[in-house]
Design a protein. Structure first.
Length: 190
């Protein structure tokens, strides 16, 4: 078992939608991935993570809303705006699912916000490892306009969007080895 988890951790990568196959992912698989996310550590059991799932036509509605928000604050030329619009819509179209990663602050603000963000990030790491073990490529995008999608996502005052998790089928076996600095350079023994 330990060798299996080590292998999954070492295979985990950001895999972009342009590399996804056309193969479908079942709703049951998505629910299991999110159940694994739900097992992340959380201080005082606040469980701050919330997930908004987009599939089929709703992915393109999300993409259209993303484009609209991007254009509102962009200083790009018309040519660059058109390229960005195409890129956003292509990512949405090539993904089988897009999950908006959201966070809810505890009502009493007992926990510092950074801890709630850290807990949500750990939930996403659980999702990422779950995807890797199932030959699902994924990546977490955190565009600046995500904060402007509260109304579209149906978020409340104490909730925020931390980005989007794109998913699609991908074979991890042909990945190049990732570059990491030697761990010995990052530790001190006492």
């Amino acid at each position: 078992m330990s060798k299996e988890i080590d292998k999954i951790i070492h295979q985990r990568r950001a895999v972009f939608p342009k590399h996804y196959s056309d193969e479908n992912i079942s709703k049951k698989t998505i629910l299991q991935i999110l159940e694994n996310a739900n097992m992340a550590p959380t201080h005082k059991y606040t469980q701050p993570w919330l997930f908004k799932i987009f599939s089929k036509e709703s992915r393109l509605k999300l993409g259209t809303e993303m484009v609209s928000e991007y254009k509102k604050n962009s200083q790009d030329s018309i040519k660059n705006l058109n390229l960005k619009e195409k890129k956003i819509l292509d990512k949405c179209n090539k993904s089988k699912f897009i999950i908006a990663i959201c966070m809810k602050r505890d009502d009493k603000d007992l926990i510092p916000e950074w801890e709630e963000i850290a807990a949500t990030s750990m939930a996403v790491q659980n999702m990422w490892l779950s995807c890797t073990s199932r030959d699902i490529g994924c990546y977490w995008s955190s565009p600046s306009y995500a904060k402007n999608l509260k109304k579209f996502l149906g978020l409340k005052k104490n909730e925020k969007c931390l980005g989007f998790f794109y998913l699609g089928k991908f074979q991890h076996k042909n990945l190049k080895k990732t570059r990491r600095d030697n761990i010995e350079n990052k530790i001190s023994w006492f």
